[in-house]
Structure formats: C-alpha cells, structure tokens
Design a binder for this molecule. Structure first.
Ligand code: AMP
Ligand code: ZN
Length: 493
C-alpha cells in the first residue's frame, strides 16, 4: 500500500487563504509547476530558497509514493527589466552589455543554476522547458484569447483586456486585489500608450528594429509577454487544470494573477487547484534581490569568499538552515544563524552515524511508533519542516542516552528508528553528508590538514611552485583552501 493512502496532507492554498486537505486530480498522481529562474545572472541564495522549498515538497510527495510530474521552467525570453511592461528584455540587455549572443547568456546562467542546485542536492524536475522552445504554443494561446474577445491588437503588439475579463471573471482573486482599487491607484494613460487601461498586460510585444530576440507571429515580428510562457508550458505538460502551482510570494501579483486570467480566458477553466507561495529570504532584514545588490551567491558561502560571513558553510548546512524555517515564513540570513545551523547539523549527523553501533536490549525507552506518527503529522501540516526537525532532535536525544547506556532500545525499534531518520533527513529534507567527526570525513580532514602543513613548510622555504601546486590540485579536486589571519582552513565545494 502506498503511504499517501494512510496520510492526510493539508496544504495552505494561497487562492483560498486556508489550509485545505490535499486531494490530487488523479489518485496517486500529482502535476506540479514551479516558475523557474530568469537566466540572465547567477542565482542568489534567495532564489535558491524558493526552489529548495519546492524541492522539499517534491521530495515529500515522492516519499509518500505519489508519481509526480514536476515541471520547472527556464525563463530565457520575455522577462523585461524591472518586471516592466515596456523596456528591454533582461537577457537581451545582458547580451548587449557583455557583447554576447543572448543564447550564450542563457547557457552560461542555466549551467550555473544547475551546478548550484546540484551542490544543494536538489532532485531534477521531470521536465525543464524553456520559454523560447514554446513560442508556437504561446502564439496559439494569444490567438485563442483574441478569438474569445479578451485581448486586442495595437501596432503589432497584443494586450490582455483586464477590464473585459473582469466583467465575467474575477481579476485579483489570488492576490486579494480589486480591479476598481487598482484603477483608482494608477496614473492616467498618456496619448502614446497602446493599452486601453494601465492594468492591461502584454501577451505579445512588437520587436523594435534593435530588439535581437524576435520571432515571427500573425502580428509581425515580436516576442511573448513574460506571464504567457508559464500558461503555455504548464498547460502543455500538465493539462488545462493541474494540482499545484508554486513560486515565490513576489510572483503572486502580477505574474500568477495574469497566469490565471490567461488560462481562464483561453480555455474557460481555473488552471490550478492549489497555489503555493514560498516566502522570502532576507539579509539585514531586507529582501535578498539581484537588483538592489543585497544578496549573496551560494558559491560565495561554500568558499567563504564574502564579507558577510565569518567562515565557509557547506551546502548541506545551508540547506539545514533553510529547512529550519517554515517555507511560508520570512527567513533572515546571518552569520550567527548559520553557525547555529552548523552545530545542529553536526549533532544530527553524529547521532545518525552512531545508530549502527547502538547496543540493543529487551525494552525500548522510546515510543518509536508515536514519534514516527508525529514526524508525519508535522509534514502533513503544510510541510512543517521546523517541527519535523524538532522531532529529529527528540530522536537524537534518545540515541545519545542509549549510547551512554542510560536508555535502551530493542533491535526492531532500532531498525525502525534508523529507517525513519534516514527517510526524513536524507530523502525528504535532502540533507547530505556526515559530520566531521565520522570516520571518512575525519580521515579526509586529517589528509588535508597534512597537505596544509606541507604547503606551509613549502612557503616558509620559499618553494612557491610546490605550495601553489598543492593549492591548485586540491582546488581541482573540489577542496578549497582559505588563508586567514588565524591560519588556513578548507572546505569541500
Ligand atoms: P527570477 O529569476 O527573478 O525570476 O526569480 C526566481 C525565483 O526566485 C522566483 O520564484 C522568485 O520569487 C524567487 N525569489 C527572488 N528573490 C527571492 C528571495 N529574496 N527569497 C526567496 N525567493 C526569492
Ligand atoms: Zn511563471
């Protein structure tokens, strides 16, 4: 029997604003779409938090035995600077500034995105479609919207008619806005504006002669509006109505609101049954963002090469830090928080490593069945990872007491404890690795410390060829040496 049959999962649905019992459209199967990155620069840690929240959700669904089709797109066209309706495409702008082909920009940052996600131990999505690979599908949806009277063409561009849509539908239902209020709060249109109303959004934009990312369409050469790609790709791979759509909170409006409007206008259905929004990672109390410079790159954390943190932190420690907060809560990054997470991570891994050698007895002082139920209850309550982690530490406490012969555990319970911990820590939370005190990484530390000492000896003897060789060859193996005022430390990247 699949696990999901015995679990009642509740999810906070942003559309209703309530926690709802989750029931997929087709029993045992889940269709999930998450808005992916716009690949015009390196992903920062804030972006990673949103994707990690959905990686954890994907992992839990899989753990419960669901067959999940998880679609996470790559935005490689149509997303304009400042998320505006007019202006330059983010990728085209980067290509112009760096004298690259737009697809070179896309390739560079898609590779970076994949590398970082791999370091964080993400599971790959089932499909990772690109906006430029789905221009034809986007054009078809625009034709449909025009045919149904919810769009209009102006000078080679096509806009969505929000006021017309709102006559029979509810524009703003996801973000809790009312069209009348939006109208009251916006500036008047100027004579040059092509839109009928400021709330209207572009489905297709005419490409000016200098615009290099352009495709032919029934309305002339142009490019699709940003919101349209997600409607096209989610409909194509998951159907007109599917189970889950996710993204960061900041995408709720206008991006997701517009996705709902496009889908309802073109096929008459509400596209998504459960809308999930992950909250923001902040730094110094402010949203981490590319545009403001208030951000840190994952690579800078793994190497310790930054001015914000006192040392390097491994990807699994950063992941643990993220999982200690509920995905709908704001989380602030700080050195203290990461140091505390590192301690917790080591403690957890130490306990996991100790289980194998625990002696078993005739009785158990730990009610494993009840503890296991509580672990599932935490995850079934809208993926409450902080409570799950607290449960993991309940188990750690018992493991340590058993180790010190102050408590005992039966053979059967030990097996159950180990299997459950492994499932939640590695499969669901996606943590990795063992603590520094376990035997393999202890040996690795010993070998690297020896090389650090040999490098220091070489430098003291002014044998820089040897000292550089040690540093470079360790770097090639993914071991980074960091020289500081208190000596040299290393981290595995
Ligand atoms: P973008 O590449 O700008 O389209 O953003 C990719 C994803 O990162 C979106 O789902 C955003 O909501 C999310 N995101 C951007 N900034 C943050 C942040 N500071 N914390 C969490 N998620 C973020
Ligand atoms: Zn999207």
């Amino acid at each position: 029997m699949q696990l999901y049959l015995s679990q009642t999962l509740k999810i906070h649905n942003s559309l209703s604003g309530k926690k709802e019992i989750f029931k997929p459209l087709n029993e045992g199967h889940i269709g999930m779409y998450v808005c992916g990155p716009t690949v015009y620069s390196n992903v920062h840690l804030g972006n990673c938090r949103t994707f990690m929240s959905f990686d954890m959700i994907f992992r839990y669904f899989k753990h419960l035995g669901y067959k999940v089709r998880y679609v996470r797109n790559i935005t490689d066209a149509g997303h304009l600077v400042d998320d505006a309706e007019d202006g330059e495409d983010k990728i085209a702008k980067k290509a112009r500034l760096e004298k690259l082909e737009p697809m070179e920009v896309v390739q560079r940052y898609t590779v970076d995105f994949h590398n970082i996600l791999q370091k964080f131990n993400f599971l790959p999505p089932s499909i990772e479609p690109t906006a430029t690979g789905h221009i034809i599908e986007q054009i078809e949806i625009i034709k449909d919207i025009l045919e149904k009277g919810y769009g209009y063409e102006k000078n080679g561009s096509v806009y969505f008619d929000v006021a017309k849509f709102n006559e029979t539908h509810e524009y703003g239902k996801l973000s809790g806005r009312k069209l009348e209020d939006m109208i009251a709060n916006t500036r008047e249109l100027t004579a040059q504006d092509e839109k009928k109303n400021p709330q209207d959004f572009a489905l297709w934009k005419k490409a000016e002669p200098q615009h290099i990312m352009r495709w032919p369409s029934p309305w002339g050469d142009g490019f699709p509006g940003w919101h349209l790609e997600c409607t096209a790709m989610s409909t194509k791979y998951l159907g007109e109505t599917f189970d889950i759509h996710g993204g960061g909170m900041d995408l709720k409006f206008p991006h997701h609101e517009c996705e709902i409007a496009q889908a309802e206008a073109s096929n008459g259905h509400s596209p998504v049954r459960y809308w999930l929004h992950a909250n923001m990672l902040t730094m110094n109390g402010k949203k981490m963002a590319k545009s403001t410079g208030n951000n840190i790159l994952p690579g800078e954390i793994f190497t310790g090469d930054n001015d914000i943190l006192s040392k390097a932190f491994s990807p699994s420690v950063v992941r643990f830090f993220m999982m200690q907060a509920h995905y709908t809560s704001i989380l602030d990054l700080s050195d203290d928080a990461l140091l505390a997470s590192e301690k917790g991570h080591h403690k957890l891994m130490d306990a996991l490593n100790a289980i194998d050698n625990l002696e078993t007895g005739n009785t158990s002082d730990f009610d494993i069945a009840n503890w296991k139920r509580e672990c599932y209850s935490a995850m079934n309550d809208d993926f409450n990872t902080p409570i799950l982690i607290a449960k993991m530490f309940d188990a750690v406490k018992h493991i340590n007491l058993i180790k010190e012969n102050q408590q005992s555990i039966t053979k059967g319970d030990k097996k159950e404890l180990q299997a459950t911990l492994n499932a939640f820590v590695f499969d669901v939370l996606g943590l990795e690795g063992k603590s520094n005190s376990d035997s393999d990484s202890g040996k690795l530390s010993g070998v690297v410390e020896l090389l650090i000492q040999l490098r220091k000896d070489a430098r003291d003897n002014k044998d820089f060829a040897t000292s550089d060789k040690i540093r470079d060859q360790l770097a090639a193996l993914g071991i980074q040496l960091n020289d500081g005022k208190d000596g040299t430390t290393f981290n595995v990247i």
